[in-house]
Design a protein around this ligand. Structure first.
Ligand SMILES: [Zn+2]
Ligand SMILES: [Zn+2]
Length: 219
């Protein structure tokens, strides 16, 4: 049996069960994490258990349940924080967001790199130079991004709070826009390979062709 080039570990984290995904090379143990969430302790415990070195933290958007403890993780293991610039206002309001969740965090210390639309993210491993491609999918928040991966057995989309199984992200929070989220999903997500497995920001995974046919918001 040939060894897999890329491995994926997804698990819910924090009090709202944000789906965190860790993509890693089984040989070099380098990793990319998507949405480390708001529980640094359990995130770091997973990282230790997987025995990986996380190179950077990608964020689908800057809601507290997805990015709340990114600063704490960066302090502990030196992993840079990546976010689309249009969500900077949410990241800068992290303390207020935390309060809303009945939690508290320190003043955020800044984003290391802004994610561009259609940017490619990879690892040092020569076979894994291109692991993910960002797709700017505003609507849930202005800086919401999805990440597309063609390095696993099936194409895979990490859709954040943009597309869920049989649902879509809410648009009634600051910066949300209903027409924009529908446009993002129809023009940027439903145009991908229909066999794509979607891992949303919360809840069960789904398949794109199921959503294009049955998601009540996309009729
Ligand atoms: Zn959200
Ligand atoms: Zn969320």
């Amino acid at each position: 049996m040939s060894e897999k080039k890329l491995a994926l570990h997804t698990f819910p984290i924090g009090n709202l069960g944000c789906n965190c995904s860790i993509l890693y090379s089984p040989t070099t143990r380098e990793a990319i994490a998507i949405d480390p969430g708001n529980d640094a302790e359990s995130f770091l415990a997973r990282v230790a258990k997987l025995n990986v070195k996380v190179k950077y933290l990608l964020h689908t958007h800057a809601h507290f349940d997805h990015i709340g403890h990114a600063d704490i993780v960066r302090k502990k293991i030196g992993t840079p924080i990546y976010l689309h610039k249009d969500d900077l206002f949410l990241y800068e309001a992290l303390k207020q967001q935390a309060m809303f969740f009945g939690a508290s965090v320190a003043e955020p210390e800044g984003i290391d790199r802004f994610i561009e639309d259609e940017e490619e993210f990879g690892l040092e491993d020569s076979q894994l130079k291109k692991v993910l491609k960002s797709i700017h999918t505003p609507g849930h928040t202005p800086g919401s991004c999805s990440f597309y991966c063609e390095m696993l057995e099936e194409p895979m989309l990490f859709s954040g709070d943009t597309l869920f199984a049989n649902s879509i992200g809410r648009t009634d929070l600051p910066g949300g826009d209903y027409d924009q989220i529908i446009h993002s999903i129809k023009k940027r997500i439903l145009t991908l390979d229909p066999e794509t497995i979607v891992i949303p920001g919360h809840g069960a995974s789904t398949v794109l062709h199921h959503e294009s046919r049955h998601n009540p918001y996309l009729k």
